[in-house]
Design a protein around this ligand. Structure first.
Ligand code: GLU
Length: 424
């Protein structure tokens, strides 16, 4: 029997059964994408291949499966009740990915409308308008993409969106979240969401994350937030403040954590209710304000024992405008590097110190090294995450050319990146 690409088949080999969807295969071989998301290849003369009776519908269906149904646009999802308007802006990443049967790889090729079709429950929560901003993996984002995205978010809010969802690759989502936090003062929720596992995998987190993001987008939380799985189970999502969040695991579904802050709250997936833990900006509390401008020539440099001072020199000599150092413990670099901090600040290049510990607060007033760093002009980043400090530096230097003003802005808490007291 001949099988074509996309058919569901059962393959028996030495008493073991494999089930999956046929992928492009070489002559004499059959390759399938299994329910686990892994690919398996077999020599056709050594196996027994039969069609899967249910054509794989239940094998890959269920809440997290990619359903091929496409509810018509504008279909009333809730007996005449007027739903809030939510714009869903798609940038790419795993949440917008599906298997490319040409290459067997996962690629970002889903649009916002495809996401709505794959997660039909979303239509019960809000009246969505989809817009594709880009279809890229998030490692390809840059300060230009952040500004284009921010502009699109602002346009949607101006056009009357009650909330905005941005679907995004998880790897650099924290940078984009911080960038939107600094660039936009918002009267409505702006929610970034991604998924760690693509929609074709039964363990995909796309549906739950998408649904929880929609709950936050229509909520009272008028902040830039990141909404992702809170645990490895399908029980709740956490709502992280855009300047306090970090991806802390390569593959777990609960990879995102708030650092030096509690999450703003959680969304219970079953009841679709939100519980908050800390104070947040309420819907309508602030008018919409857009403050674009990003200086790309800023760098985040990790200090390691024995770091060569010429590394910093290189940035200074190459026209960089701001530096964030990820120092040790309370925020130290070696004594040898301190003249470079002085050289940078003499050249009107701000230097912020953050910590490799991530958790806790910078205090350069305890040890001599730290005091000398402050004397050389270093700014203590308080409890700001290194990545957030970098984005803040880029944004501040995109707002002003005046060194003293930049220093004042860098010391100030602008968008929740510095908290008053350290979380124990
Ligand atoms: N590296 C890709 C990205 O960040 C895929 C990972 C993901 O989306 O989680 O876009």
């Amino acid at each position: 029997m001949e099988f074509k690409q996309g058919d569901w088949v059962r393959i028996e080999k030495n008493g073991t059964v494999y089930e999956g969807k046929v992928m492009p295969s070489m002559e004499g071989y059959i390759t399938i994408k299994m329910k686990s998301g892994y690919n398996a290849g077999f020599s056709t003369d050594r196996v027994r291949i039969t069609p899967l009776e249910n054509n794989g519908e239940t094998a890959n269906g269920g809440r997290n499966g990619l359903k091929e149904c496409r509810p018509e646009r504008g279909e009333p999802s809730d007996s005449g009740k007027k739903l809030p308007k939510v714009a869903i802006l798609s940038t790419g990443g795993t949440i917008a990915s599906k298997i490319d049967y040409r290459t067997g790889a996962v690629s970002s090729q889903f649009t916002a409308d495809d996401i709505l079709a794959a997660i039909p429950e979303l239509r019960e929560i809000a009246d969505f308008k989809g817009r594709v901003i880009s279809s890229i993996l998030s490692e390809n984002m840059d300060s230009e993409s952040w500004q284009n995205l921010a502009r699109a978010v602002v346009e949607e809010i101006e056009a009357g969106a009650d909330g905005v969802i941005v679907t995004h690759g998880t790897d650099t989502m924290m940078y984009t979240a911080a960038a939107l936090s600094f660039m936009i003062e918002t009267p409505v929720p702006i929610v970034l969401v991604g998924s760690q596992r693509s929609a074709d995998r039964p363990s995909s987190d796309n549906a739950m994350n998408g649904i929880c993001a929609a709950c936050v987008a229509i909520s009272d939380i008028a902040e830039v937030s990141v909404v992702m799985h809170g645990t490895t189970s399908d029980d709740f999502c956490e709502i992280h403040r855009g300047t306090k969040v970090r991806k802390m695991h390569t593959s777990r579904r609960d990879a995102f954590k708030s650092v030096n802050s509690l999450p703003i709250g959680v969304v219970d997936y079953n009841t679709r209710t939100i519980k908050t833990f800390i104070d947040y900006t309420r819907r309508g509390e602030k008018p919409l304000k857009f403050k674009p401008g990003m200086e790309p020539k800023c760098a985040l440099v990790k200090f390691t024992p024995g770091s060569d001072p010429s590394v910093l020199d290189c940035y200074i000599d190459n026209g960089y405008r701001g530096l964030v150092l990820e120092g040790t413990g309370l925020g130290h670099v070696s004594t040898k590097l301190i003249p470079m901090i002085q050289k940078a600040t003499d050249a009107k290049m701000p230097v912020i110190i953050t910590s490799q510990c991530l958790n806790g607060r910078i205090c350069d007033r305890v040890y001599d090294t730290g005091r000398d760093m402050i004397k050389a002009g270093a700014i203590e980043g308080e409890d700001t995450l290194p990545e957030t400090a970098l984005v803040k530096m880029m944004w501040v230097l995109g707002q002003t050319d005046e060194f003293d003003k930049a220093i004042d802005m860098l010391r100030e808490n602008i968008s929740g990146e510095i908290t008053e007291c350290t979380l124990k």
